[in-house]
Design a binder for this molecule. Structure first.
Ligand SMILES: [Zn+2]
Length: 65
């Protein structure tokens, strides 16, 4: 048994710009990935069967000056 998480590749659409994002899904149900276009980082954390949270980290280039 290894303690390291297994990550499988997964693709979805960016919540910020809508372009295709390639990320990875762990065996826990957590998903993380970074948009190659707008650099937004999205992390979905699995809490329970009916509850998951999504954290979105917007890149500095998308912030207004
Ligand atoms: Zn994006």
């Amino acid at each position: 048994m290894t303690t390291t998480k297994k990550w499988t590749p997964i693709t979805w659409h960016c919540m910020n710009c809508g372009s295709k994002v390639t990320g990875s899904k762990s065996t826990d149900g957590d998903i993380r990935g970074e948009c190659s276009k707008c650099k937004t980082v999205m992390i979905r954390k699995h809490k329970s069967r009916r509850h998951s949270t999504v954290e979105i980290y917007k890149s500095e280039i998308s912030l207004p000056c």
